[in-house]
Write a protein that binds this ligand. Structure first.
Ligand code: TRP
Length: 336
């Protein structure tokens, strides 16, 4: 049987960045060839940071638009918005009764986030966030979950919960998901601080390339990328993180090995590499940006794709939920 993949991103920014694009989206798109893929815009997770109402609506559509523009194909895969499928919150409750206080308290992402906002700013949703994530995954009998390194601990919890369901409720209750960590080669760093991951919470907007940036902004950001006082173009993540990051982006977008690119730039200056890289990035992102903007500008068409996705997702999710409800001993509702 075809293996099932599930992944999701929170709608917490207007534009995904190059790191999301190379680290996650291109991989999601490729996985459609070999797997039954299910991709979600996880808006319920985004509620944990108390977004403004209009901003959340806009970002949920924009995130879905960018999945589609990058090549997520709603005819082959399922693309849906998490809150459109109520089974996610329903299974979260069941799973919360299988999660120990201790194991939930050990989640480092919760500890980091709650320390940042302080106890008074922390909500319980932030604490139960990884349980909702486990529900996302287990509802679809997911075999493989492609995520970044920062999600490893959350995935470990999903696996533990699946195993616990199987041992307490009987084998076959849940599929234990495998973690598929994004390859090192696609790890993109901040252009202004090339030792930090490119991230939407970057301290400088100039360090980040957004999918929806126009060509002028992209070019400007690459030209002002931090390098070093040396002049040789070579790959050395430790001593030359800035140049290495530029080479990684170049390689990831062209599919050419880093060594070939380094050979091409022998005796040339950083400026040459930057000018060419700006062209490479603009060429790669322009069609994605244009397609995303088209989807964003036709919300009815987008919403209808999302409605179809929700329908397909619900059918799978409902079957799983009924199986689990029955096994935990919730009395089945017999319709009159
Ligand atoms: N927590 C994930 C992140 O921040 C997003 C997410 C929610 C997710 N549910 C998921 C990822 C299920 C994979 C599978 O990146």
């Amino acid at each position: 049987m075809t293996q099932r993949v599930f992944s999701g991103m929170q709608p917490t920014s207007d534009s995904l960045h190059l790191g999301n694009f190379l680290g996650a989206l291109t991989q999601w798109v490729a996985l459609q060839d070999t797997h039954h893929a299910i991709y979600s815009v996880v808006d319920l997770h985004a509620l944990t940071v108390s977004p403004d109402r209009d901003v959340l609506v806009r970002r949920t559509r924009a995130t879905a638009a960018q999945y589609l523009a990058a090549g997520v194909d709603p005819d082959r895969s399922i693309l849906f918005v998490q809150s459109h499928v109520p089974q996610h919150t329903e299974l979260t409750w069941i799973l919360s009764t299988f999660t120990g206080m201790g194991e939930a308290s050990r989640m480092t992402q919760f500890k980091d986030k709650s320390t940042k906002v302080g106890e008074s700013g922390t909500n319980v949703g932030l604490f139960t966030y990884p349980i909702l994530q486990a529900a996302d995954i287990l509802l679809y009998d997911t075999n493989v979950v492609p995520v970044g390194e920062d999600q490893r601990q959350h995935l470990e919890l999903s696996r533990d919960l699946a195993q616990r369901l199987n041992s307490r409720l009987g084998e076959g209750t849940a599929v234990v998901p495998e973690v598929h960590i994004v390859k090192e080669v696609a790890k993109i760093f901040d252009l202004q601080d090339p030792t930090a991951k490119m991230s939407k919470s970057s301290s400088s907007p100039n360090g980040v390339i957004d999918i929806l940036d126009d060509p002028k902004a992209i070019t400007k950001r690459i030209k002002s990328a931090v390098t070093d006082t040396d002049t040789v173009i070579r790959f050395d993540r430790e001593h030359k993180p800035g140049v290495s990051n530029l080479l990684t982006i170049y390689s990831a977008l062209t599919g050419r090995p880093v060594d070939d690119i380094v050979a091409d730039y022998e005796g040339k200056m950083y400026g040459h590499l930057k000018v060419d890289l700006a062209d490479v990035v603009v060429a790669a992102l322009t069609p994605v940006r244009e397609a995303a903007l088209e989807w964003i500008e036709s919300p009815e068409r987008l919403d209808s794709v999302l409605a179809q996705g929700a329908e397909k997702a619900s059918a799978i999710a409902q079957a799983t939920l009924e199986r689990i409800y029955e096994r935990v001993g919730l009395l089945p509702l017999k319709h009159r």
